[in-house]
Write a protein that binds this ligand. Structure first.
Ligand code: SF4
Length: 437
């Protein structure tokens, strides 16, 4: 298939495809799907080997948000019966983080609901980071606190935060359909503030909100241009009690095509399967590992994931390896750029000052040569990951307007609330129950 040969060649060189090529990936048929996965998988192995980076979410403050992001279970007016609590104390957050790290997570994502942090909130996060790093100086920390004001990114950097997550979520053209209390430009501004302060930028998207293929391609190219070091790909978790509870627009095949497109556009960037992995990829999750090099371990912000041990077993069974603390996430050339910018998730030297999360040691470039190894925040209902907009047109693949059989089945399921697939988180941070990691 000429398209896949072209995309593979470009990806192996670290080049970005054209918009038309990215759209064509989304328009491939089910008959072509394994060829698409194999082609994007070669690009993934070129830059990341068979490594899988594990990330662990700690929801520092859950629910009660004044913003109206329609995909989010923590939004203003949400009737989702999620856990609601205010800021965890530093010791509580450190205890939660410990569970994820002991389960194999390399990065801990500290997420708080809300429009953005106050300066007092930055103090709280500073104390929390100190508590986590006191227990384990090597752990990477990503903060996800909403829109940043001037100088807050610098304060987080000084506190030892390595990365900042703030997802663009969808295209600029449709952003107003999913949120009215802030703008796409506000989100871009915060990603740029984080980057400017030397934090590694983590910014991704949510698929399944009724967006078009063009919208998906727009946001993925925008993320590439923003220089995001990691791109979380969320699949909408339609939470009962949110405006998007009945938006079931995704099939496992569609999710794989989206991940492949994101990989081709971001060949040398960390691509993370974020919220909605279990809900939408289901038994196809292992194929997703051939495209993404990063996942969350255990539960999400407000919804349950599969058991942490099941994640680890899946990685091993599929022939992948959990990325270790001493290994770089990003390939050498990307890690060098991040380091030059003042840190960022590219250096990987455990606990090193100004280091971040992705040193070049052990990068996929080397690993692949010897055929070796290999949003909250974006997930399950936080600052970035889980909803869809109620007024958009149904998703449809370009060139495949009829839809595949699986997509037709998915459409049949639309307009239903699926409590069998979406389970509210009751474990871990903010509860008396043990975390799922
Ligand atoms: S995504 Fe973040 S800002 Fe938007 S409603 Fe949810 S918690 Fe609030």
């Amino acid at each position: 298939m000429d398209l896949l040969d072209t995309l593979t060649a470009k990806g192996l060189r670290g080049e970005t495809p054209t918009r038309e090529e990215a759209l064509a990936v989304l328009a491939t048929t089910d008959d072509e799907l394994l060829d698409v996965v194999a082609a994007a998988g070669r690009v993934r192995r070129r830059w990341f080997g068979r490594r899988v980076k594990l990330n662990y979410l700690v929801n520092l403050k859950s629910g009660l948000c004044p913003e109206d992001c329609s995909y989010c279970s923590q939004r203003l007016g949400s009737k989702a019966e999620i856990l609601k609590y205010t800021w965890l104390k530093p010791g509580q957050a450190a205890e939660a983080a410990k569970a994820g790290v002991s389960g194999g997570a390399k990065r801990v994502c500290l997420v708080a609901s809300g429009r953005g942090p106050t300066d007092r909130d930055i103090d709280r996060v500073t104390d929390t980071v100190a508590a986590i790093k006191e227990a384990d100086p090597a752990v990477e920390i990503c903060a996800c606190l909403g829109l940043l004001s001037d100088n807050q990114a610098e304060r987080l950097k000084a506190a030892g935060v390595d990365a900042y997550n703030h997802n663009l979520n969808t295209s600029e053209g449709t952003y107003g359909d999913i949120t009215t209390t802030h703008t796409y430009a506000d989100r871009v501004d915060t990603v740029q503030k984080a980057h400017g302060a030397g934090l590694s930028a983590c910014s991704g998207l949510i698929a399944g909100m009724g967006e078009s293929d063009e919208d998906l391609v727009d946001v993925v190219f925008a993320l590439r241009e923003l220089g995001s070091d990691s791109v979380p790909v969320n699949f909408l978790i339609p939470f009962e009690g949110t405006p998007l509870a009945k938006e079931w627009n995704l099939s496992p095949q569609r999710c794989l095509r989206i991940l492949a497109m994101v990989r081709f556009v971001n060949p040398d960037t960390e691509v993370r399967i974020a919220g909605g992995r279990e809900v939408h990829l289901r038994s196809m999750q292992p194929l997703g590992l051939h495209l993404a090099n990063s996942i969350f371990l255990g539960d999400y912000l407000t919804s349950e994931g599969q058991a942490g041990q099941t994640d680890l077993d899946m990685i091993a069974d599929a022939g992948f390896e959990v990325e270790g603390v001493g290994e770089s996430t990003l390939p050498r050339h990307r890690a060098d750029i991040a380091a030059a910018a003042g840190g960022g998730c590219g250096t990987g030297t455990a606990g090193g000052a100004g280091g971040g999360c992705g040193s070049a040691a052990g990068s996929g470039e080397d690993a692949d040569a010897d055929a070796a190894v290999g949003g909250g925040c974006g997930t399950g209902g936080g600052c970035g990951p889980c909803g869809g907009h109620a007024h958009a047109a149904p998703a449809a693949s370009v060139g495949a307007a009829e839809g595949t059989d699986a997509e037709k089945d998915t459409e049949k399921a639309a307009d239903e609330v699926r409590t069998d697939l979406v389970r509210v988180r009751r474990r871990g941070a903010g509860t008396e129950l043990a975390p799922n990691a």
